[in-house]
Design a protein around this ligand. Sequence first.
Ligand code: NDP
Length: 295
Amino acid sequence: MNIAFLGLGAIGRPMAARIAAAGLPLAVWNRTTERAAEFARESGARHAATPADAARGADVVITCLPTSREVHQILEAPDGLLAGMSKGMVLVDCTSGDPATSRVIRDALAARGIDFIDAPVSGGTTGAQKGTLTVMVGGDVSVLDRVRPVLETFGQKIVHCGDVGAGDAVKAVNNALLATHILAAAEGLAALVKLGVDPKIALDVINASSGRSNTSMNLFPERVLTRAFPRTFRLALLEKDVGIAADVARDARVPAPVLQLTADLFRIARGELGEIADHVEAVKMIEQWAGVEIA
Ligand code: NDP
């Protein structure tokens, strides 16, 4: 199976590296050319000059871009994916996208006999390196089955969630939970620090109790208490995800004040902390409001 991979960002690059390491023929394209050139030198992949060039001759085309908007753009652009894709191919979009745009993309491709699945991932950059990502898929099961061997190069748990857009929706809700946990943990721990409680002790208790989460068990001990704040997943992307979750709830006519408020708080954090801040740095905003450091 010939693969094309577009978008060698923080998560896309290690995913593409897993495909190359599995020995599948791979062509890569990235907006910043030097990143694709460097990746091609290291992995032996073919460096394609344009999205169309990457897609030509591929059986499966994989995109991993910030939002569905960029995926739609590189589909339709001159020298874009549509110029290189033909009947019988599959587009697998690993972007954490939005269901409505994924359905528009599905329809544009279906008119040309090209299949589409949304297949966002979870598990972070470390999970991508290890090949242990969870992949949430929306679309036809028969299409998923055709591309499953490719997804298995970087994914450990591959789950069919429903029709096109269902993968995006599940991913957005998952990340909205991550976002609420980060804010709630920061507020609670900031208050405890002000009361004189050592945050290490507070987390030790919480992590043996019912309030624990990946945020309390891993993110706070490894990234907040240490003040390391490594940049692995941009806050701007989590802000986008919570916004999608809030939109999903609104479209389903489900009252969701917690999701809406979390989306607004992450919008504020994005404005204050900027486009390259890591998602866990949202804690710094709460610390600033509280006037303490959780350390
Ligand atoms: P990054 O910001 O690190 O990388 C974004 C990628 O998209 C880069 O390759 C960038 O190219 C490219 N890009 C940006 N804008 C455009 C554009 N207008 N046209 C073409 N290419 C563009 O993002 P991540 O790799 O972290 O995330 C990618 C997706 O995966 C997002 O939807 C994110 O929510 C999701 N995700 C990320 C995780 C993580 O831990 N990082 C975990 C799970 C999901 P260039 O090199 O030129 O900037």
